[in-house]
Design a protein around this ligand. Structure first.
Ligand code: TNX
Length: 548
């Protein structure tokens, strides 16, 4: 039951709309005026953040604030410092103090200072996000903010396989993640419908695997034929290096995903010998679960290790995602060769084979100091040692994994699937189905109460999922992400006792002005009355059962 009252914007409300809400905020007296004479003063470690701040302010101000290593004798300053005395706030925490004389921003690490900088932008009038110069009084009310995140993992998955996402759009998403203090961009790089990463040793992966002949029109349930247009694209290794560097400068880690042993049809289309059937296949033109699996031969394992070696040269992060979801075992069951392989390896059955497969890959990654991440199906055959689990089919997989001492990221389809419809309005664009309105995302609690304290420590955080079967354009991608991504940002950052949905919507109303300036397509907030007047949709979970 929703007991929230109808959202009414507060009249004359001038309190800043900080999103996600900070841990603590105390108002002082007066205000700081940002003007042509304001300089940004940094130490060595915060200089890059200072430059990003000057860059972020430039379009609306119409001038570039100087970034200096020493404070001038007089005049207003914004000072950015590393302060190890703040280590109790963690590497991402910060203290931001605004007084009429100046702004001081400190953190134990550069990431904290960066997040304080994002808060500072949100303390200014929303017009500071304008892309063109505006004549305004750039005032910031005096305030002291002390802030740090609830979880270390605050992610978003983008799926450039089902519909390709050009590099520039990835940059825009990285900026939007950083603005909302999120720090992981999960790139789903391979699947049945395409292979999106250049691999030098296997050029056919992108020559053949990056393109499909056409794409299904309408929903999988009620298809309206095919569009007859080739679709594809891929990121060169140089593109990916650029993406990784752009993200790193904004304290976002890019998590690459190479799917196995299922969701492998594009790879098999490029190199049929990797498949169980050994027959030519097409890059898939449709959605849903496919039956093509990798053939678990020595040759396939070497191929995957070669691919992952190249992945590791591009992506410096600790984690590498190897998929592991929705690998239905029909092909392995029916193949005499695979059955013989199971015997040869002394394994029980196909589930055991998947466990062996992923353990091999996990050991390989471990040798290089990396850690394997995979979807919760990994739990079925037994988890590879040290594996981190993304719990997508609800939270039970995550609970189990945490109880077994494995790290977990909560990505539950009950709350954070941004490919699901966000309203029951019949005018909503076609989506995969389901119903995940804003308040549902906001109410997500990634820490199930059944977990004991030492188990709960294994819950690294949360991640939203933007699967893009039904997301053919960049406008739609943004529309599905906003505003739900903002609710997720607050789930990942703000302490639960500070969360308040009515207040969140008030801040969101203001925040929409910023999104508008940034050229982000978003779904305007609906009232409860509107939302309740629409007929309910079918439950996506029921639909999924039927699709299997
Ligand atoms: C399930 S979530 C999948 C994806 C689909 C998604 C659509 C997961 C690990 N697998 O392949 O895109 O559903 O909601």
């Amino acid at each position: 039951m929703h007991t929230h009252s109808r959202f009414v914007p507060l009249e004359n409300d001038t309190s800043p709309a900080i999103l996600p809400a900070p841990v603590s905020m105390t108002y002082g007296k007066g205000y700081f005026s940002l003007g042509r004479d304001t300089v940004i003063v940094t130490d060595e470690q915060t200089q890059a953040v200072g430059m990003l701040l000057a860059d972020a302010l430039r379009p609306a101000l119409g001038f570039t604030a100087s970034v200096l290593a020493e404070a001038p004798a007089t005049g207003p300053t914004i000072t950015l410092d590393i302060d190890l005395a703040l280590i109790h706030l963690g590497p991402e925490g910060y203290v931001l103090q605004v007084t009429p004389r100046g702004v001081s921003l400190r953190g134990a690490g550069a990431a904290g200072v960066f997040y304080g900088m994002q808060t500072l932008r949100q303390l200014l009038p929303t017009d500071i996000f304008s892309a063109t110069p505006l004549q305004r009084d750039w005032r910031i009310a005096a305030v002291t903010i002390e802030d740090f995140p609830r979880f270390p993992w605050r992610g978003l998955l983008l799926d450039p396989v089902r519909h390709f996402i050009p590099k520039e759009a990835i940059f825009k998403f990285i900026d939007l993640l950083a603005l909302h203090k999120m720090n992981v961009l999960h790139l789903h790089l391979t699947d049945d419908q395409g292979w999106r990463m250049e691999i030098k040793k296997y050029p056919r992966l992108t020559e053949v695997g990056a393109w499909r002949m056409e794409t299904i029109v309408g929903s999988l349930r009620n298809p309206e034929g095919y569009d007859g247009r080739p679709h594809g694209g891929f990121y060169s290794q140089d593109d990916l290096r650029e993406i990784v560097a752009y993200a790193a400068a904004r304290f976002v880690t890019v998590l690459p995903e190479i799917e196995m042993p299922g969701h492998a049809q594009a790879a098999i289309a490029a190199y049929p010998e990797l498949g169980v059937l050994g027959e030519p296949l097409e890059v898939s033109t449709t959605w849903g679960i496919h039956l093509s699996l990798y053939n678990p031969t020595e040759r396939t394992m070497s191929f995957l290790k070669d691919v992952l070696s190249e992945v590791m040269t591009i992506f410096p992060g600790q984690y590498i995602h190897i998929g592991g979801d929705e690998a239905h075992k029909e092909q392995w069951q029916a193949s005499l060769q695979v059955q013989a392989r199971i015997k040869e390896l002394g394994l029980k059955d196909e589930e055991d084979l998947q466990r062996w497969f992923l353990t091999e890959i996990g050991d390989f990654l471990t040798q290089y100091g990396r850690r394997l991440v995979g979807w919760d199906e990994m739990l079925e055959g037994g988890l590879a040692p040290g594996a981190t689990v993304m719990s997508w089919r609800g939270q039970s997989g995550g609970i189990l994994a945490a109880q077994m001492g494995h790290d977990v990221v909560m990505t539950s389809l009950t709350h954070v699937y941004f490919d699901f419809a966000q309203s029951n309005d019949p005018a909503e664009p076609l989506s995969i189905g389901g119903y995940t309105p804003l308040d549902r995302v906001y109410a997500f609690d990634p820490l199930p109460t059944v977990l004991k304290a030492e188990e709960a420590r294994h819950v690294l955080g949360v991640q939203g999922m933007l699967w893009s079967e039904y997301i053919p354009t960049l406008e739609r991608l943004e529309y599905m992400a906003f505003p739900r991504l903002l609710a997720l940002a607050e789930v990942g950052w703000t302490p639960p006792e500070r969360k308040d949905f009515v207040n969140f919507r008030q801040r969101l109303a203001r925040h929409e002005e910023r999104l508008q300036h940034l050229g982000v397509t978003f779904r305007p907030v609906t009232t409860w009355e509107q939302e309740r007047s629409f007929p309910p949709r079918r439950d996506r979970l029921v639909e999924l059962q039927e699709e299997l």
